[in-house]
Design a protein around this ligand. Structure first.
Ligand code: HAS
Length: 560
């Protein structure tokens, strides 16, 4: 895989590998499941955004009891079900393709089944008002056991996917001794390696503490302990959302743009940095929590600035690929190449706009990470402002862009409504910027997050405009989302059948990865995982060693 085929006009398989029909089907179902969850999330998102504008549409949602139930639906289906389902399907595909191996079909269906069961259980508990605990499910708020069990199944679906990918890679290595791991497989597997390690916090918390507690097997719970275990996984989960988008930005966007990947080893280094640094940063969500020493918070703050770095490198690398593409299309000067990119390709446009939004999302992340600035914005509307420019757009719009080639690839149907797809991306992008402007300025004026603003008996100067912008932006995002789903449904139902066996559009490194020297060591995942575990022990060990067993316990609070 070391030829210069990255800019080939026709997407044909360079090595003759084709995904089996059954594999296409199961991966398509995973992607549909993810988007079905997103559709529910987007409808609830409209209700959440309009709350800030003091417009109540939540009352018209069937079965909706209160604001927190709606916010829980929004957070859980968007942040957990949508992202997990899409990632399980997408990275299974990228790994299978890069290694040119079919993955075990039955195991992929198991992944799908686990996700459906997890979604159904969590959906049942939230839908019946038994789990209005938000996607962070902080104790001592207690949910019905079915909520926690649903979460367990959803996380297990990611572990089974990870197992499938690890086994496939091991098999490939056995058959290709001494060969470098193909880049697309490397970064896909690294993403799951990071997540398997990261998800241990949430696993211990849910299986070891919250599930038995919700079943009445233990009477009390330690809020700080479960919060800390949540954020042990809760920060790295944002990179589990982001890295599939990065997989696309590194190995697919250059192809869409007609550019080329900047550097194979640098791309590997970026993913290794995420493996090392994603987890030992969770305390930056807990700067205001008592019971954690200032020293520990400082270590996590420092490491948070460290995990900022691979994204800066990514910005540089992606820009390089885009610039090459823009210049090949006749662009010149400092910025003209940007205008020359293929702004008519829906897959590219959605991801370019995602990147632009992420530039602002990343900048707000830096402010969050700064200990004293965090004191001003923590628990304000600023925080949803930040995360709608990251997961709410950078990730979601990248997944939209990927879907514009992935759904035709999986269904062997042509994309229907390219104009509508482009419009969808622009409307969603403008919407997210307007909404984030509202949330960010409102947050700076002290407007709280997770609050039924429309019924709040108090207000402050600035909140009104902030609320209106949030409502307006959220409405535009909703319209953008509806347009996206129209394109998706149109393609699946009415798209013209395509001939032949197209390949997925991935970049082949323009230089073969080095076969000797330091770069080869990047492929030794085992050592990087050990290093990641050591870093986690340094960053969390002192807290758990001094804190366990939990000292401050509370009885449950149930709102059902
Ligand atoms: Fe965050 C809170 C810090 C990234 C999501 N974050 C959250 C929450 C969520 C979230 C959901 O330190 C709320 C959790 C809750 O419910 O309480 N975050 C950061 C930092 C980064 C960061 C330092 N966050 C993300 C990503 C997310 C995400 C990614 C989802 C996918 N975040 C925080 C902190 C908090 C927080 C604190 C706690 C706040 C509090 O007090 O509650 C960094 O990783 C960001 C690095 C990003 C960059 C941008 C690079 C730009 C790129 C685009 C390239 C652009 C190109 C332009 C090529 C450095 C790669 C192309 C176009 C042309 C013009 C040419």
């Amino acid at each position: 895989m070391n030829t210069s085929t990255f800019n080939a006009p026709v997407v044909e398989s360079p090595d003759g590998f084709h995904l089996g029909d059954g594999h296409r089907r199961v991966i398509a179902w995973m992607i549909y499941l993810g988007f079905a969850a997103l559709a529910i999330g987007i409808i609830n998102g409209l209700g959440q955004a309009l709350n800030y504008a003091r417009i109540d549409i939540l009352q018209y949602f069937p079965g909706m009891r209160d604001y927190y139930q709606g916010l829980t639906v929004h957070g859980v289906v968007n942040a957990i079900v949508f992202t997990f389902a899409f990632t399980n399907g997408f990275l299974a595909l990228t790994t299978s393709r890069a290694l040119a191996r079919q993955l075990p079909l039955a195991a992929l269906w198991v992944v799908f089944g686990l996700m459906v069961a997890g979604f159904a259980l969590a959906g049942f508990s939230i839908g019946t008002g038994r789990a209005s605990v938000l996607y962070t499910f902080y104790s001592p708020l207690q949910a019905h056991w079915s909520f926690y069990l649903g979460l367990v199944l959803l996380v297990v679906s990611t572990w089974v996917t990870a197992g499938i990918l690890f086994v496939a890679l091991a098999g490939w290595r056995r058959e290709n001794p001494g060969k470098r791991i193909p880049l697309m497989a490397y970064i896909s597997v690294a993403t799951y390696g990071m997540w398997v390690l990261a998800s241990l916090g949430i696993a211990v918390s849910v299986v070891g503490i919250l599930l038995p507690w919700s079943l009445g097997l233990v009477a009390t719970v330690d809020p700080l302990l479960t919060r800390t275990l949540f954020w042990f996984s809760g920060h790295p989960i944002v990179y589990f959302w982001l890295l599939p988008a990065y997989v696309s930005w590194y190995v697919m966007v250059p192809r869409h743009a007609g550019g080329k990947l900047f550097s194979d080893p640098l791309t590997r280094v970026v993913f290794i940095m995420f493996l090392l640094l994603s987890i030992p940063t969770g305390f930056h969500h807990q700067y205001t929590d008592p019971g954690i020493s200032g020293g520990m918070k400082a270590i996590h703050a420092g490491l948070t600035f460290g995990v900022f770095f691979p994204s800066l490198v990514t910005a540089f690398s992606v820009m390089y690929a885009l610039e090459i593409g823009g210049r090949r299309r006749g662009g010149s000067g400092l910025v003209n190449w940007f205008a020359r990119l293929d702004w008519k390709n829906p897959a590219l446009v959605a991801q370019l706009l995602a990147m632009l939004s992420f530039t602002l999302g990343g900048a707000t992340g830096l402010i969050n990470a700064s200990y004293n600035l965090n004191q001003a914005i923590h628990n304000t509307a600023w925080v949803p402002g930040h995360f709608h420019m990251t997961v709410g757009s950078a990730v979601t719009m990248s997944f939209f862009g990927i879907a514009y080639w992935l759904i035709p690839y999986l269904t062997r149907r042509e994309l229907v409504g390219k104009g509508m797809a482009l419009l969808s991306s622009w409307v969603y992008f403008i919407g997210v910027l307007v909404m984030a402007r509202g949330l960010i300025s409102g947050g700076l004026d002290g407007m709280p997050r997770r609050t039924l603003i429309m019924e709040a008996p108090y207000t402050k100067e600035g909140w009104e405009l902030a609320g209106l912008l949030t409502g307006l932006g959220g409405t535009l995002m909703f319209i953008g989302g509806v347009l996206f789903f129209a394109v998706l449904a149109g393609t699946v139902l009415f798209g013209k059948k395509t001939e032949g066996e197209p390949d997925i559009p991935f970049t082949v490194t323009h230089e073969a990865p080095a076969e000797t020297g330091w770069e080869v060591k990047l492929d030794r995942f085992r050592y990087w995982i050990i290093a990641a575990v050591v870093l986690v022990l340094i960053a969390y060990g002192p807290f758990f060693a001094s804190y366990l067993p939990g000292a401050f316990t509370s009885p449950p609070y149930r709102f059902f």
